[in-house]
Design a protein around this ligand. Structure first.
Ligand code: M6R
Length: 657
């Protein structure tokens, strides 16, 4: 999704801004741009479509691989991309700049719609993440007042509005911003420069993340604004997480923070330990493949300190659980007394929540509902202080999940966040956090984070069952001893790539593919279909095997592959029957099974292709069955030559509704 970087300080800002934008690239975008004040104090703006490299090619300075400390050399004009300003001469190296990568929401991904946007007088420029919901009315009003719009974006109305208010407002620019914000509806993170205040960079946040990096020592008086800490932490570990409706004025003299009423707010600087983002494929062709292969270590890492021994209780919050205080202790207490659980997430995180439902209801006998955050937030759900709301989010910034969290908190529910980003807004606003410890996930297509999320669900369910004494202790002990074996079983599943590559070739040109499973693997079928459609653009759907006969079976013919996930246990025979029903309609049946069906000729004839995967306890099986479906989606997308890591139209972190 869109990414913001802004800089004010003594360094050459363009390389710094563009290099920092590179850390946000993995999130998905379709155009990029920068704005800066040149030595004549004029706004210069460069934009291009496509990847950041297109922008780099038209900039007046070399961007380089790392931040240069010496003054920059200008380089000859490059071709490609569209510059919308004259290049400044060498001595015009600016000290203040803003940059943006755009994921189009309003208007096509072209240079005109790319950010930064500038007002008609070319005095103010800004970059924006989020959506201005009342942009249409604002645009109309401003047009009636004589402002000429050049883009189709919602963002342009913000900069035109600022310029409009600034024209009549004799007060300072903070007042102008405050007045403008009062007229905006929707979500926005903004970084703004104003040629009339050349030593100031402004940052504003409302329901979209924005963070300020604060220079120290030699870099005192330097500030970096970004929509994600990963774009800042290679420069400083001192961060200010802006709160909603806070306005920051950054200058070499320091930071001033204001609320919407113009009252000063004390900035809280936090020292963080987030490492710089490692954008390294480590020899793999794609990040997705690398991340799939990281899963055994992700599981080991996530179990570490939490699963000590099969005869010891799970320590949800790690080895130091005895010393728990405050919110985490309250959450642990609530886990024992809770009467109802609501799991909320989107996409893959929603599917992880569904696995959690099967588990918690089985082990803990507490009712669990799972709901898409985007639907939940527009209902009037019944919640109270005996309801635990679990928000599941890899990024911790998904707009719908965050809104659902806030609504739940307002209604008195306690919030437990299962997230991969402990520094995210969702993590910061939850009552307690269970980090999934998957490490940074670069590929837009979530893989290792799903496995890590469901692993945390297992730990949570077992911990709850232990504290509530709701399940047979020897069964819990057995589950825990089986959990220890999961990393090796995932490794075994990962070693079986040939059959999956063959399946990818055989079925990769299909128009539609169905995924079926039952019981706790039903969410795995949903997730398998989501992976496939996301990166291959093949239409895919996940169903419970039992649902086929209620509609989807009408689609079956010899051109429709049906990928079925079968594991030994309660629903194996049921799944076999469902597969036979599908085979009777000529569907091309692929069986991915923990039971070696090749050894059962009477069953084997149901399937056109069979693949055996490692067996584990039925309840734990999603940790294994997920793996071949991830690999299958990957190999099909690769077979089709798709952009695996940055599929079209998608973004890693969906910070707009
Ligand atoms: O960061 P989140 O887990 O909240 O993101 C939710 C979805 O946007 C995400 O899972 C999406 O479905 C993935 N691209 C799936 O691979």
């Amino acid at each position: 999704m869109c990414g913001i970087v802004g800089y004010i300080g003594k360094k050459s800002p363009l390389p710094l801004v563009v290099q920092s934008l590179r850390h946000l690239e993995y999130r998905g975008y379709d155009s990029a741009g920068v704005a800066f004040l040149d030595a004549n104090n004029e706004l210069s703006i460069f934009k291009s479509t496509g990847k950041l490299i297109n922008l780099e090619n038209i900039l007046p300075v070399e961007i380089g691989a790392s931040i240069p400390v010496q003054p920059l050399q200008t380089k000859p004009a490059a071709s490609g991309g569209v510059a919308v300003a004259e290049k400044p001469p060498e001595q015009d190296i600016p000290k203040i700049a803003i940059g943006h990568i755009r994921w189009a929401t309003h208007g096509a991904p072209n240079e005109t719609n790319a950010h930064p946007h500038v007002g008609g007088k070319r005095e103010i420029a800004l970059v924006h993440n989020g959506i201005i919901e009342n942009y249409f009315e604002l645009r109309k009003q401003l047009q009636e007042q004589g402002h000429v719009f050049v883009s189709e974006t919602d963002t342009e109305c913000v900069v035109q509005l600022l310029e409009h208010i600034a024209a009549s407002e004799q007060d300072n620019f903070i007042t102008v911003i405050r007045e403008a914000l009062k007229r905006l509806q929707g979500a926005y993170a903004l970084s703004i420069i104003n040629k009339n205040e050349p030593d100031k960079l402004y940052a504003v946040r409302h329901q979209a993340p924005l963070i300020i990096g604060v220079g120290t020592g030699e870099t005192e008086g330097e500030f970096i604004v970004a929509s994600d800490a990963v774009a800042i932490v290679q420069h400083t570990d001192r961060l200010i997480y802006l709160k909603d409706n806070e306005i920051a004025e950054l200058s070499p003299q320091g930071i001033k923070l204001f609320n919407l009423e113009g009252e000063p707010v004390k900035p809280i600087i936090e020292q963080v330990s987030i490492g710089p983002l490692q954008i390294d494929k480590k020899g793999y062709k794609h990040f997705m493949l690398k991340e799939i292969y990281e899963q055994p270590d992700v599981v080991r890492n996530s179990l570490s300190g939490r699963l000590i021994a099969s005869n010891e209780p799970i320590r949800l919050f790690g080895r130091d659980e005895d010393a728990l205080s405050g919110k985490n202790q309250e959450t642990l207490d609530l886990l024992t007394s809770v009467r109802r659980i609501l799991v909320i997430g989107c996409g893959t995180s929603f599917n992880a929540g569904l696995v959690g439902k099967y588990l918690i209801e089985e082990l803990v006998q507490v009712p669990v509902e799972v709901e898409s955050a985007g639907e939940f937030r527009y209902r009037n759900p019944v919640l109270d202080d005996q309801t635990l709301v679990i928000t599941v989010s890899q990024s911790g910034e998904t707009a719908d999940t965050l809104a659902a969290l806030r609504m739940s908190a307002e209604k008195g529910a306690k919030i437990l966040a299962i997230t991969n980003r402990e520094d995210s807004t969702i993590a910061r606003e939850a009552d307690a956090i269970l980090p999934v410890r998957a490490g940074v996930e670069v590929s837009v297509c979530a893989t290792k984070s799903f496995t890590a999320q469901i692993l945390v669900m297992y730990l949570l369910a077992i911990a709850m069952a232990e504290s509530k004494k709701s399940y047979h202790p020897e069964q819990l002990e057995h589950l825990k001893s089986e959990l220890f074996k999961i990393p090796a079983l995932i490794e075994a599943a990962l070693s079986k790539t040939e059959p999956l590559q063959a399946l990818a070739k055989k079925y990769g040109d299909a128009r539609d593919i169905l995924f079926i499973a039952r019981g706790i693997n039903f969410p795995v079928a949903l997730e398998g279909a989501l992976k496939l459609k996301e990166i291959s653009y093949i239409h895919a759907e996940g169903y419970s095997g039992s649902e086929l006969k209620h509609g989807p079976i009408a689609m079956l013919d010899k051109n429709l592959p049906v990928i079925s996930v079968l594991v030994a246990g309660q629903v194996f025979e049921k799944m076999i029957s469902n597969c036979q029903e599908a085979k009777a309609r000529d569907a091309q049946m692929v069986g991915i099974s923990s039971v070696d069906i090749t050894q059962k000729p009477e069953l084997a004839k149901t399937f056109d292709d069979l693949m055996t995967i490692p067996e584990t306890h039925e309840l734990l099986s999603p940790l294994i069955t997920t793996v071949p479906l991830q690999l299958l989606a990957y190999y099909i997308a690769e077979h089709l030559g798709k952009d695996v890591d940055q599929p079209r139209n998608l973004a890693k972190s969906v910070t707009v509704e």
